[in-house]
Design a protein around this ligand. Structure first.
Ligand SMILES: *[C@@H]1O[C@H](CO)[C@@H](O)[C@H](O)[C@H]1NC(C)=O
Ligand SMILES: *[C@@H]1O[C@H](CO)[C@@H](O)[C@H](O)[C@H]1NC(C)=O
Ligand SMILES: *[C@@H]1O[C@H](CO)[C@@H](O)[C@H](O)[C@H]1NC(C)=O
Ligand SMILES: *[C@@H]1O[C@H](CO)[C@@H](O)[C@H](O)[C@H]1NC(C)=O
Ligand SMILES: *[C@@H]1O[C@H](CO)[C@@H](O)[C@H](O)[C@H]1NC(C)=O
Ligand SMILES: *[C@@H]1O[C@H](CO)[C@@H](O)[C@H](O)[C@H]1NC(C)=O
Ligand SMILES: *[C@@H]1O[C@H](CO)[C@@H](O)[C@H](O)[C@H]1NC(C)=O
Ligand SMILES: *[C@@H]1O[C@H](CO)[C@@H](O)[C@H](O)[C@H]1NC(C)=O
Ligand SMILES: *[C@@H]1O[C@H](CO)[C@@H](O)[C@H](O)[C@H]1NC(C)=O
Ligand SMILES: *[C@@H]1O[C@H](CO)[C@@H](O)[C@H](O)[C@H]1NC(C)=O
Length: 554
């Protein structure tokens, strides 16, 4: 039927339209029921440890969107999985025994060590490193130290900057982080070095490796920005395919943007991992759009915000390492270039419906398989490709998805400032506390007096207490300050403020424009710090008997 003005249509036609609309609604509804069943009956999948939460979310929303999106799902590095063992540290762990050994070696080399020799602190002296290694081992009990670099001079005499890699014993993945700190050293009574003062996280800037090797790599999406301050640990530049021949040799799976755009983050991940999973199943390179749209629930402006970058939230470097991907812009550029300069065009198979299953595409030899998602919602969601039978073949590669290391550096910093020794409470308030129908007791159970009373039974007095919360009023928890050393995310504002490393690094991804520390980042950091607490008190089932998802859901 072609588009015509409804007022001039005969009544019969309107009736047909009405009936077909009705039929469509019934169809959508039955598709939903079907998908719900399909998802519920997913085969056991080792990667899906974090999926039950998503599946539950999915089954609870009638119209197949992830409305209930104010939670952070666990990503690859939160889940212990077999693959991590393959990337377990090649570097050895620096233990007391290792230090003793190197001390012995030093002693054998420099037979006597007179005090006069130690008059000035010589940072390259191996004994300096040993002293600092010993100090760190005592100071940070939950950290595994992996490898140290030779200390270098600090800003003045007596100071040395040292860099090392570490991981937290608490963390399940072997993801390594880097720290570099400034130490002030002195000479002790027994003519040995001792640490007089240790600087904070990333204070030893001279020990940071020179970053000029990043000189000419592309950082922004559209421009070549000369990087100024970069954490040399993070290489999330956009890979290029190199020559045209390389492009032509590849096989690609290209998903054009669908209805998932600007939906919640859990919806995005559920969809993205479906596409990536299909590409892996088909043994193709996945064409990836790094542009994201942050849903209104997470943006401070309360509007959907376009122009976000995948790399603000997730670890693109890790993704590049474990999956075959190409950035959409690069891909389209190379494709166009090829078609312009060659008689024979690149073979493409266009797939217009999600109902074409991955299994049907397995034999396809075309260079590009292009899935288009032009149907009306909810048929234009990427994740629909992975429903039904496909779920048995395509597995979502949860292991490929880690949180952004830039965010995790903030998490490490906050935990580090509390010396990795703190308890944590998660206090859910916000909209749920206001909704007395679904959460009748939540508001009162999380009120300062009641909260304090409950925490007293679970957490020792004067422990450092990290409160992860969506309560916007900073002083709301002041009552707790007479019993605990309270820490809130906003106490660490400078970590993403305009003088921070995070700010300097993210600005490079955004063509020189500052990046806002948005709601999703806040919740991600808040949640990850919470996970690192020694005693953890959750809102639901620890503080209140109300159910997480509303009355009568537990
Ligand atoms: C479906 O989703 C839309 C947008 O998220 C929402 O406005 C609407 O109320 C939802 N419908 C139902 C039945 O939940
Ligand atoms: C140091 O010297 C002692 C004896 O001279 C020897 O037994 C020991 O193995 C040496 N240690 C190292 C690490 O070279
Ligand atoms: C510092 O120590 C290193 C290694 O022991 C040595 O090579 C260097 O000469 C020393 N420098 C000074 C100024 O003593
Ligand atoms: C480090 O400082 C010492 C004295 O403080 C000086 O002798 C040495 O040359 C410095 N090393 C470098 C590499 O600047
Ligand atoms: C880095 O850039 C500077 C100036 O822009 C240039 O002189 C230098 O050769 C470059 N280094 C590398 C390794 O490309
Ligand atoms: C960054 O990663 C890309 C691969 O994605 C690699 O080609 C490039 O050499 C890396 N850059 C550095 C400086 O390690
Ligand atoms: C996947 O593709 C690569 C190159 O395109 C090929 O070398 C490899 O054999 C393929 N593997 C499978 C299992 O099809
Ligand atoms: C950083 O922000 C503060 C206040 O928001 C402002 O006064 C200051 O000028 C900013 N500094 C830079 C370097 O942008
Ligand atoms: C961020 O960059 C500014 C100048 O561009 C620099 O002054 C500041 O020290 C940098 N901050 C960090 C933490 O690297
Ligand atoms: C919170 O509740 C869970 C489940 O009921 C329980 O296992 C945990 O020990 C509680 N935490 C505290 C700190 O009491």
């Amino acid at each position: 039927m072609k588009d015509s003005n409804p007022s001039t249509e005969p009544i019969g036609q309107n009736l047909i339209k009405l009936i077909s609309n009705l039929c469509f609604s019934v169809f959508v509804f039955s598709v939903l029921i079907f998908t719900v069943i399909a998802i519920t009956y997913q085969p056991p999948d080792p990667w899906l440890e974090s999926a039950p939460a998503l599946t539950k979310l999915f089954t609870e929303t009638e119209n197949a969107t992830f409305q209930n999106d104010n939670s952070i799902i666990k990503t690859g590095e939160d889940i212990s999985y077999a693959l991590t063992r393959a990337e377990s540290p090649t570097s050895s762990v620096i233990t007391e025994a290792v230090i003793d050994k190197s001390e012995e070696k030093i002693a054998n080399l420099t037979l006597q060590s007179g005090c006069e020799e130690l008059g000035v602190v010589n940072c390259s002296d191996p004994r300096v490193l040993v002293t600092i290694e010993k100090f760190n081992l005592k100071a940070f009990k939950s950290i595994v130290f992996l490898e140290y670099q030779t200390p270098v001079n600090g800003s003045k005499s007596g100071e040395c900057d040292v860099a090392w890699r570490f991981r937290n014993k608490k963390e399940k993945s072997w993801r390594k982080y880097r720290d570099f700190r400034r130490f002030k050293l002195g000479v002790g009574e027994n003519c040995a070095y001792k640490v007089v003062h240790a600087g904070g996280w990333h204070s030893g800037i001279n020990a940071r490796r020179p970053r000029n090797r990043f000189n000419a790599t592309r950082v922004g999406k559209n421009t070549k920005v000369a990087p100024r301050f970069r954490d040399d640990e993070i290489n999330d530049t956009i890979p290029s395919l190199g020559s045209e021949m390389n492009f032509r040799k590849g096989k690609y799976l290209y998903y054009s943007r669908g209805g998932d755009y600007c939906k919640g983050m859990n919806h995005y991940l559920w969809s993205f991992l479906c596409g990536l999973g299909e590409a892996m199943y088909l043994n193709r390179t996945f064409v990836m759009d790094l542009n994201m749209c942050l849903a209104a629930t997470y943006s401070p402006s309360n509007k959907d915000e376009e122009g976000k970058d995948f790399r603000y939230y997730f670890d693109f470097e890790h993704l590049k390492e474990v999956a075959s991907i190409v950035e959409e812009g690069e891909f389209l550029g190379d494709w166009k270039k090829w078609d312009r300069s060659h008689k024979k065009r690149v073979p493409v198979r266009k797939v217009v419906s999600y109902k074409a299953t991955p299994m049907q595409l397995k034999k396809d030899k075309n260079t590009v398989i292009w899935r288009q998602f032009d149907a009306p919602e909810p048929d234009n969601y990427w994740y629909r490709v992975c429903e039904g039978q496909a779920a048995k073949y395509v597995q979502r590669p949860w292991h490929a998805l880690w949180k952004s290391k830039r965010l995790m550096n903030i998490v490490s910093e906050i935990s580090g400032r509390m010396d990795w020794d703190f308890d944590a409470v998660h206090v859910v308030r916000g909209g749920k506390a206001q909704n007395k129908e679904l959460w009748p007791h939540l508001d009162s159970d999380t009120s300062p007096d009641v909260l304090l009373g409950k925490l007293k039974g679970m957490i020792q007095p004067w422990r450092p207490l990290y409160i992860a919360t969506n309560e916007p009023f900073y002083n709301y928890f002041d009552k707790l300050r007479s019993h605990y050393k309270v820490h809130l995310l906003d106490d660490y504002k400078e970590l993403w403020g305009n003088t921070s490393e995070w700010y300097n690094e993210t600005i490079l991804l955004n063509n020189g424009r500052p990046v806002e520390f948005d709601g999703y980042m806040r919740v991600a950091v808040d949640t990850e710090v919470f996970y690192r607490g020694k005693t953890r008190v959750e809102t639901f089932y620890n503080l209140t008997k109300d159910c997480k998802d509303g009355i009568n859901t537990c």
